[in-house]
Design a protein around this ligand. Sequence first.
Ligand code: HEC
Length: 158
Amino acid sequence: MTHRLVLAFALAATLTAAARAAPAPPLVDYHPSMGDLMTMAVQPRHTKLGLAGQARNWTYAAYEASELRHAFDRVAKTIPVYRDNDIAGAAANNMKAPLDALDAAIKARDAAAFTRAYAQATHGCNACHKSLEHPEVVIKSPVGSPYPDQDFRPRAAR
Ligand code: HEC
């Protein structure tokens, strides 16, 4: 046997032993709950959108309004039915009109219209919570930023 062959066999034996000793752990399939999705995908977008409007940062507000709208699409895809309720339908009933009004206000760069539409959206959050038996979850307009590392001011004001 050549040295090279011996080396190859030794290597193969070592690899086989290593594979036996450490089987790959199974990947954990994470299924977020409705509360998880609200906390990580919906609430921060609502907060940031409010801060963007307060700062009159229309470019960023347009981005964040789109993020919020699409977050609801993903929530409905992830949890289509919550306690016998159709989530896509509930999201559309409560959020579509306010999100459309927000888009229009942002496009028009109209601060008063934004404030009205944002209040309407916040009301939509709470109406859905009430209708799905979670009236204890009460959303309001943010006061001050909980994000120390993000600048919400428009570019010209920085
Ligand atoms: C389609 C209905 C629906 C809409 C619209 C909705 N939510 Fe929720 N939300 C729920 C449900 C249902 C729960 C309770 C989930 C649970 O814990 O089982 C919830 C819970 C929450 C919670 C509680 C999480 C916690 O641990 O404190 C927050 C925060 C929240 N929602 C934020 C929002 C915000 C902000 C909006 C509006 C931008 C919104 N939600 C719109 C259905 C909705």
